[in-house]
Structure formats: C-alpha cells, structure tokens
Design a protein around this ligand. Sequence first.
Ligand SMILES: *Cc1c(COP(=O)(O)O)cnc(C)c1O
Length: 232
Amino acid sequence: MSPSSPASPPASIAERVTAVRSRIDAACQAAGRDPASVVLTAVSKTQGAEAIDAILATGQRVFGENRVQEAEGRWANRLADLPGLELRLIGPLQTNKAEDAVALFDVIETLDREKLARALAVAAAKLGRSPRVLVQVNTGAEPQKAGVLPDEADALIQTARDTHGLNVEGLMCIPPADEDPAPHFDLLKSIAACNGLSVLSMGMSGDFEAAIGRGATHVRVGTALFGERNRP
Ligand SMILES: *Cc1c(COP(=O)(O)O)cnc(C)c1O
C-alpha cells in the first residue's frame, strides 16, 4: 500500500471513547434509561502513560484496575493533579494487599469472602479511609473464577455490612465467556434487589449493551476503548 493510500488509520483513543459513549447512549435509549444512570469504567490495566494521557484528555475520570501494585505504578503520581479521579479495583484481592488497596482505591468491586471483608475493615479503621465495596458473585459457579457463589451471596453481603461495617453498595459479575450473559445479568440484578443494593457492575467490551438493557449501572470496558491489550 502506498503511503498516500486512503485506507483508514487505526481509530485513536479519542475516537474509540466517542464511539463507546454513543453506543452506551443508544443502549440506554433502547432500554428507556437515562444515559446518566450508566457510568463508564475505563479498564486501564496494562496501558502505558501515553494511552492514559490520551483518555484523560477526553475527560474520562473513572478507571478500573486488576492489580494493586500495577495500579499504584500507573496512578499514584497522578492523583494530586486529577481531582474527580475514581479508581475501582476489579481484580482479585489477597488479604495481605488489603491495606494497599484501601489506601489507593475509591471502590473495591471484588469482595468475595469473609476473610477479605475482615481485612478490609481492619485496613479501613487503621487508615481512616473507607472505600465503597461491591460483592463479586460467581454467577456461573465456575470453579476457576473468583466470586461468592450465588447461594452464599446474601450471607456475605449481610456479614460485610453488619459484622464488618463495610459500605457495600452493590454487586459485580463476570459471566462465563462462552454463554449468553443475559441470565447472569438478571441473576445479579435479582440478588441486588433482594439485598437493597443499587449498584450493578456488569458488562465488558463484548456485552456492555446487553448489560445496560438488564440494568447495569457501571460497565467495565477495556478493549473497545484502548484497542487490544499488550500481553505482558
Ligand atoms: C479486563 C477486564 C475487563 C475489560 O475487558 P474488555 O473485554 O477488554 O472490555 C472488565 N472487567 C474485568 C474484571 C476485567 O478483568
């Protein structure tokens, strides 16, 4: 191909953000929902400084990260300059990292066992900082996947709130990769309703429109915003 070929260059991050935002708006319209009722969490795991600068320039301020230490490297030195930044932990958390997670994150989406609830409460008391918490539910009961089993979710939510005093505001799920996600989104929504929880973090690049149709309040989108991730 000659350099003057009109073949379109790869979409820029700004163009991808615009495209994802308009798909969110369209999904909200189709579902009769206010677009302001859905928060776009940009999943910034593995991204370099250039990509982060580009997405910040679009006004995006809510980010999801999978690993505590990686997130510290990416965000700790930017926090002071970015009022309104919201960091959400969306990957599994070991109890020995609970204090670091409480120090950095505004929301921890992956509470899935009582031992971790206790560690988060201890860290919150020590640091005087209480991130909001979502309980991750393993809606497909997949053995390799994190999350509390659906049958055990009510008990964990109650213990986290009542025994440990955590600010549990909702639920998160990652449906099985090879299934229709809709029944998983519905299950998450019904567990949330039973427990008086309003936040539903569900839907990723491949299924965020379906999740919005089923009541998602937060969609976690990586690839559709940044392009394919660099594999470490
Ligand atoms: C990586 C990741 C995402 C984003 O996935 P994409 O398919 O790239 O949009 C969302 N949620 C969790 C928990 C993830 O680990």
